[in-house]
Structure formats: structure tokens, C-alpha cells
Write a protein that binds this ligand. Sequence first.
Ligand code: FAD
Length: 444
Amino acid sequence: MDKLNGNRPEKEYDVIIAGGGILGVTLSYWISAIPGIKVCLIEASQRVAMHSSSRNTGVIHRPFYMNPDKKRLFAWASQKSYSMWKSFASDFNLPWNPAGTLEIAKREEDLKRLDAFSNWAVKNGMGNDEFRIFDEKEMKQEYPYLAGKGAILSKTDTSVDFGIFTNTLFRSINRENFTFMPGTYLEPENIDIGSSSILVVNGENRFRLGFRHLINAAGSDSLKIAHKMGLAKDKGMLHFRGDYWKVRENAFPEIRHNIYTIPEHPEFPFLDPHFIVRHDDSRQIGPNAAPVFSPYAYEGISERLLDPLRTLFEKPFMPKLKLLTDREFLQLAWSEWESSLIKNKMGLRVKEFIPGFKNDVLLDRGIAGIRHSVIDSDGFLEDSMVIDGPLSTHIINYNSPGATGSPAYSALIVHNLLEAGVFGERKNPSSRLLSIWNFENLFL
Ligand SMILES: Cc1cc2nc3c(=O)[nH]c(=O)nc-3n(C[C@H](O)[C@H](O)[C@H](O)COP(=O)(O)OP(=O)(O)OC[C@H]3O[C@@H](n4cnc5c(N)ncnc54)[C@H](O)[C@@H]3O)c2cc1C
């Protein structure tokens, strides 16, 4: 049934949020507690957190590795969000596994990074007792089964299940003025610049929803939606799948921490796979970062035959062309693909820092996730980006540590919209309607 009734919206809201991942849900949590504001969250899937927000490594990252000049927003949000998630997990009795992360310098030249990390940890607000640097000798003594020139241990990194976190928070949203529309897709192709309504599709139904302000937290579609509103036209998006392999139970009982290594190519989104201690103490290795041609290609390289052409020729073309003619990028992309196809290749990469690692401990594939990385003529963006239009706010490049930082990050967006008078006369999210976190405390 087509409910299109000219351009007249079928329903009107003060705020529409597009995208029910961890970002859209934390935004909904805050905004639905602003007295008198009607909020609608639209989500293309049938439930919240069906994509990146449930398909990730599950680590609450402490900000020791985030350069506060280059990852300003993420560093701030990760630091603020740590205690928020900690009290949340305790209030709702959710898994909280403070496994810690050991990040290893594999090469002599990585040791400089360890010094930078300890400076950034303190600059970003971590306590001196939350991390420890090991030189090569100390590392050998403490971790004889690992190889490296040195390492930093971030003791408070914690393994959780962000899918469970998102669903639990979703159930705590104040329902007085909140509407959730699952299975509802905002069609980027049909957005009109300057319009205060959007066309959405739900099964057979197509209808318009009116808004005073639209917040775009649509992950894989976020850049397309921004483009259609005339914003961020110089930026493009590429998708990288991270695959995981499950490690046999009881293998490597001596490894208690997540084991990461200092990335060899920080300018590209290719990290070396990690050894991960999950929230339930099970272990996995991954993720790699294999380029794929559609945002939900959890297997293979694309969902539809024409996706590769569409992705490559989508505008703007130049940043992609620059990457596709970069030999180093292409070589790395190929090696990521090898470790996606052949589990032994992934295992070999782990052997570089766990010399006793044997591929026969690798069982089935874990749940893969896809990063949506934004590029422009300078290469990959390092931080996430918030872009304001006249009636809209768009969050793009919301990659790792996006799940960690989401409660504070979304509070900051709401704070800035309140300051700009977007919701009318300033009324903060009411503590009467919030059950978990206090908005004002974040900005003292
Ligand atoms: C492999 C991998 C490992 C990671 N590891 C970590 C980690 O250990 N720690 C950490 O903090 N972060 C990690 N991250 C990053 C983290 O998962 C993301 O930053 C976070 O989940 C992004 O949340 P989101 O809500 O923006 O996106 P998503 O969870 O992708 O949600 C976006 C939602 O928008 C919906 N949508 C899209 N288009 C439309 C449309 N047009 N209309 C309606 N709905 C739409 C989608 O269905 C989706 O549900 C990892 C990510 C990946 C991929």
C-alpha cells in the first residue's frame, strides 16, 4: 500500500534519529529524556544493534593509544564513557571482564610509540596506576610465551558484549515521548535538500515522517545521507570486513590479557590481528580488514553482482583512485584477503607475537563485522566527524572505539544541539526520566 500523500508527512516528530546501532540508541536515551521532545528512532533491521554494534571485538578501549590531537573526540568520549559503562554493567548485572590489553612493540622502531602511549594515557585522563610499560627484559620475565621488544599493559581495558549493552540500554529508554520504528528504511535516494520530512519504507508501505531535526547515525548509509543533504561531498566511503576465528577451549590458559601489536601502517585501516579474551573468557583471533564492496558483505566480497562497480565509481572518485594506484595499499589489501580466506595465514600473523601459536587450535569462524571508513584526498579520516546541516546533524566515520565512547559521545552531540537552541528553550535531559547516567555531570 502506498501511503504517499503528496509531501504531507504521516507523522511529525521533534527529532528523528536514523540508525539503531549503539550510537542511535544512546542518542535516543538522552533525547527522549528532554521534557516535551518527541523522538522517533528508525532502524532498517527488525531489532537494534544488528550490525557493527554486535559484530566487533567487544573491548572497552582505554584511551592510551589515542593521540589527543588527532583523535580528540574519541579520546574524550572513551575516557568519559568508561565509568558510565562500568556502573551500567554493575546495575544491570552484565558481563564485565577486566582482562586488560597488552600492546606489544614488535620492532625496535615501535618503542617510540610506547613512550607516546604513556604520555597520551595521562593526557587523556587515565591514572598512572592504570598502565605499565615493560622493556624487552621485563616482558620476557612476565610473559615468557610472547615475543616483542617491549609492551604497554592497559590494566583497565575490559571485555564486554556491546550487543547486550545496546539492547539493555534500549529497554531503559523513557517511553513517554519515544517511538521505535523497526524494519524502517530511510531512502537516501529520495532525500530533498532543505525538506523537513523524509520518505521511509517499511515492507510494502512507503510514507513520510516530518521532523524539526534529523540526526543521521546510519553507519553504512551515513555518508550517502549527508551527501544527499549537500554535505561532505569531498568524502567517500570504503568497507573493510574484520573476520575472527574461535580458539579451542583451554588453549593458552596462560594468556590472561587481550594481546594487540602496534600497527605497522597506522595510515591505513589494516591492524594486525589480535588475540582476544572475550567477555565470557572464550578466546578468538582477529580481526583482519579485508576490503569488501558492500556494507553487509559478511561473506564473500559483495552482496550483489554490481556492488563492486557501484562502490568504486560512486562520487567522489578521486580519493579512491589515489588508493587504487597506491602499491603499498594494494599489497596490504591482498594480504588481508589472504588471511580472510585462509585461516592458517591469520594464524601465521599471530605467531609473530605468540611464537608457540599453532593453527590447529583454530576452530570455526567467529562473527565478522564491517567497518565503514571515510576517505578524502588526504587519505583515511582518523577521528569520527560530526557535520551540522540547517535541519540535520550527521555522524560519519564512527568506527572503533565508537562502541566504547558512545554514551558520552552522544551526550556531547545532544549538549551541542541544546546550546545551539535546536530543541527550543534549553531543557537538559531530566534526571527524573533517566535511570542510569546523569547528563549534567558529564559537562561539569
Ligand atoms: C570488526 C570490528 C571490531 C570493532 N571492535 C571494537 C571494539 O573492540 N571496541 C569498540 O569500542 N568499538 C569497536 N568497533 C567499532 C564499533 O563497533 C562501532 O564504532 C559502533 O558499533 C558503531 O555504531 P553505530 O551505531 O554507528 O553503527 P551500527 O551498529 O552499524 O548501526 C547503524 C544502524 O543504522 C542502520 N541503518 C543504516 N542505514 C539505514 C537507513 N538508510 N535507514 C534506517 N536505518 C539504517 C543499520 O541497520 C544499523 O543498525 C569495531 C567495529 C568493527 C567493525
